[in-house]
Design a protein around this ligand. Structure first.
Ligand code: DLL
Length: 434
């Protein structure tokens, strides 16, 4: 199994910790001299030099950086270099609220390309592959980030972007694409279309790389089974370059973090208490390399757990589970917190449902909230008896897992909107936004 930067990825953990500490100290000195935002924050915490941190664990003395602070500093308050040294700007797809802007110097872009090449190699990408990148080119970091990583590996890249699904299918078929990069929701859509051509055997596709959004186990299974392909998940965010923060290897037991570039911690979201391996909490990341926009102890709002034990693939870098939810991904219905992943769990328990669903939340004049959950059946024109069985079983699982009552409507396959980029499952009409 190929490793992109063997020395960094298989380093003895004690040596890796030494390297992380050295880089952290350097980063603190850099922030003190280059970032007015961090100069104030660090000095207020009594840190006036990188040497104040003598052991990695002492990183806990550095105050957190939050998404709200990034919003307050919008658009240029987090910049640590003059604008003429900024080589590129990306912005988030706006998972929540205002877009987050990411700035890169040329050195940042170089390091990012290596990080992306590393996770792509973990995913199984090889120089002989032809990779179609079917995520949006533009402000979104996903396409260009992976594109540059794939070029470093030396494979053939097709910048297909999103949209025009018919053309995507033609290119996948005619150009002999071996690897597809897409969000899981778009990959599921493409999978359905490939199967509907009746010519799966003529496609050379052997691997699909995901990322950018949560992939339910049911979606993953559906794609792997219908197309007979390998899949690999990737995690990242605009605040930390984009893709390249973490990616799955062939062992599929979590995503390896590019740990000499991003230092991970898991904390209890309410108390900020450090959590140990295996416990689910909020991922906090620190950039150990970044010129244009360094971030120290940034609260990602993603809930996950970490594992530092060695992986059978030979890499020594820690692994995180794919975040199932964000601290802000949930919605509250009649006082109960609901996470979309709970609905997906209920869906996966019932035979006859597809992975496609939509939740619409409304509030009436009496301020009573209600939620309608529309779910597609996997087979069209199912007999009434079968529909009744699916509806009853699904409602039973929902009551058990979600607790609060959701209205359920079963729809015919292919009727709910498909998304080329990140999918949108929850449409909340209660607060005036859409
Ligand atoms: O989604 C960067 C990316 C592109 C990563 C392509 C991987 C592949 P943003 O648009 O800033 O950046 O969104 C970041 O998306 O905080 C998570 O909540 C969510 N997310 C990203 N990857 C995953 C994943 C890109 N594999 C936000 N599983 C993050 C679950 C994910 N959620």
């Amino acid at each position: 199994m190929k490793i992109y930067q063997t020395k960094l990825e298989t380093m003895d953990r004690e040596n890796l910790k030494g390297l992380q500490l050295k880089k952290l100290q350097r980063m603190i000195d850099y922030c003190l001299s280059h970032s007015s935002f961090y100069r104030m924050k660090l000095r207020a915490a009594g840190i006036d030099s990188g040497r104040c941190i003598e052991r990695l664990e002492e990183i806990r003395g550095i105050p957190y950086t939050t998404k709200d602070e990034l919003r307050e500093q919008y658009p240029t308050g987090m910049l640590a270099v003059p604008m003429n040294q900024v080589a590129r700007i990306h912005a988030s797809s706006g998972t929540t609220g205002k877009p987050t802007v990411g700035y890169y110097t040329q050195r940042d872009l170089d390091i990012w390309a290596d990080a992306a090449a590393r996770v792509l190699t973990q995913n199984g990408l090889q120089s002989s592959d032809i990779m179609q990148v079917s995520v949006g080119y533009g402000l979104f970091t996903g396409a260009i980030g992976f594109h540059q990583g794939a070029e470093r590996i030396g494979c053939t890249v097709i910048p297909a972007s999103t949209g025009n699904t018919e053309k995507q299918i033609v290119m996948l078929h005619d150009l002999g694409v071996t690897v597809l990069m897409a969000t899981p929701s778009y990959a599921a859509h493409l999978a359905e279309r490939i199967v509907s051509t009746g010519k799966r055997h003529e496609f050379k596709l052997k691997r699909i790389l995901f990322g950018a959004e949560r992939c339910s186990a049911a979606t993953r299974r559906m794609i792997e089974n219908t197309l007979q392909v390998e899949t690999a998940d990737n995690y990242g965010m605009t605040e930390f370059f984009g893709p390249g923060v973490a990616g799955e290897c062939a062992e599929k037991n979590g995503m390896h973090i590019t740990e000499d570039i991003f230092y991970p911690e898991i904390i209890e979201p309410e108390s900020g208490k450090a959590l140990s391996d295996g416990a689910v909490g909020e991922l906090v990341l620190t950039s150990l390399e970044r010129e244009a926009m360094p971030l120290l102890r940034y609260r990602t709002r993603d809930l996950t757990s970490i594992d530092h034990t060695p992986c059978r693939c030979g890499r020594t870098t820690a692994r995180i589970q794919a975040p199932k939810e964000r601290t802000d991904d949930m919605f509250v219905l009649k006082g109960i917190n609901v996470f979309p992943s709970q609905i997906e769990t209920a869906m996966s328990r019932v035979r006859g449902l597809s992975p496609h669903y939509r939740i619409t939340i409304n509030r009436d004049e009496a301020f009573q909230d209600s939620a309608l959950l529309e779910v597609e059946l996997s087979e069209s024109n199912a007999p009434m008896e079968e529909r009744n069985r699916i509806q009853a079983e699904f409602e039973r699982w929902l009551r058990e897992i979600v607790i609060v009552r959701l209205g359920v409507t079963l729809c015919e396959p292919g009727t709910l909107e498909r998304f080329a980029g990140k999918s949108r499952r929850v449409f909340d009409h209660r607060y005036g936004q859409e």
